[in-house]
Write a protein that binds this ligand. Structure first.
Ligand SMILES: Nc1ncnc2c1ncn2[C@@H]1O[C@H](COP(=O)(O)OP(=O)(O)O)[C@@H](O)[C@H]1O
Ligand SMILES: [Mg+2]
Length: 342
């Protein structure tokens, strides 16, 4: 598999210092929105990024789309640092915004909205432009007469399709989809997810699918990354994560969607709100909310676990599994985290 885009040790901290602190050059605090993320996405791969609100998903998406610059670490697209890329190459990376209503101009019809990126990509004559707009609308499942409508005349699902057509007009190789289904109802949500994954598969476009809802990305992603307070805590295929979640946080997230799957017997629930990203907890950032910390002991709040290989192809950041990479066969049963995988 060829890596398309990757981050290495990427950090983005936002200053929270007030003007008075800045005036006296006092050091303010910072929100550690993304705090050391290394992630790679292959050509044509669909990666789901999940985690509670405020854990840094959007910031990571913006960094990958080149709309934010990292304070530390590097982002590479086809092995070249994003900082040194030409604007044409940067266009290969696009962001599909969370709320299409806000990103589409209500005073312009869809044809005008799509014309700009279509012309930018070299379609010059009226016929060429119209043909390309027809193709784009067809790709997103809308008939050609939508070109003459205005965004205020469209439903939430149709707006999301137009926003996608505008993104596709720029012929991207990678799209960051930031909660693309948050503003639509369940039926439309499924349609938008299927549309996005279908377009990705047919055109070999890689996707980063951001969602606070693990259930939503389960069926479209090749790989899932679970984020907690600025860091990735677990990575694996949807099958691995759903059948054998390792990190206590992943288990808690799955527990939260257990109503969708009545057969599920998971019993961990997520207690309290995530701590502030201004002053993350010492050691493992999840330890204040973790039901397993007493089994491991002080290591959980004294030391930060590394993201390491689990017994399969996945990665997990938790002391319950330290020792797996050294070859122990079943380190999970003694902690009560053993799963029967059939
Ligand atoms: N421009 C900004 N300035 C200050 N803080 C920000 C900014 N953008 C995001 N944050 C903070 O960074 C953290 C992560 O935010 P975000 O990336 O939007 O998370 P998510 O998308 O997972 O909800 C939050 O605490 C948020 O308040
Ligand atoms: Mg967000």
């Amino acid at each position: 598999m060829t890596v398309l885009i990757e981050t290495e040790g990427v950090k983005r901290h936002f200053s929270t210092s007030s003007w008075i602190q800045r005036l006296f050059r006092a050091k303010g605090n910072s929100v550690k929105a993304v705090d050391g993320v290394s992630l790679s996405i292959a050509e044509g791969e669909i990666v789901g990024l999940v985690g509670e609100s405020g854990c840094g998903k959007t910031t990571l998406g913006w960094l990958l789309a080149g709309l934010e610059q990292p304070d530390e670490g590097v982002i590479r697209f086809r092995n070249r640092s994003m900082r040194r890329m030409s604007s044409d190459t940067r266009n290969k990376v696009q962001l599909l915004f969370q709320n299409p209503k806000e990103s589409l101009n209500p005073r312009k019809d869809i044809r005008s909205i799509l014309s700009y990126p279509v012309q930018k990509m070299g379609h010059k004559t009226g016929d060429q432009i119209n043909a390309r707009i027809r193709d784009l609308l067809e790709m997103v499942g809308l008939s050609a007469h939508y070109a003459d409508r205005y965004s205020f005349q469209l439903s939430g699902g149709e707006l999301q399709r137009v926003a996608l057509a505008r993104t596709l007009a720029l012929e991207p190789e990678f799209i960051v989809c930031d909660e693309p289904t948050s503003s639509v109802d369940m039926n439309v949500k499924v349609q938008v997810l299927e549309l996005l994954s279908g377009i990705s598969r047919e055109n070999g476009i890689s996707l980063l699918f951001i969602s606070h809802d693990l259930g939503a990305v389960r069926f479209v992603a090749d790989r899932l990354c679970v984020m907690y307070l600025g860091r990735i805590v677990e990575e694996g295929t949807p099958k691995q994560l759903f059948e054998r979640p390792l990190h206590p946080y992943t288990r808690a997230l799955l527990d939260a969607i257990a109503d969708i799957d009545p057969g599920s017997k998971r019993t961990i629930s997520l207690r309290g709100q995530p701590p502030s990203p201004v002053d993350p907890p010492s050691g493992c950032r999840f330890h204040p909310r973790c039901s397993y910390k007493d089994e491991i002991g002080s290591r959980c709040w004294e030391e930060e676990p590394q993201l390491q290989n689990d017994s399969g192809d996945g990665l997990v950041r938790c002391f319950l599994y330290s020792g797996i990479s050294e070859g122990s066969e079943q380190p999970l049963n003694k902690t009560g985290l053993h799963y029967d995988v059939n």
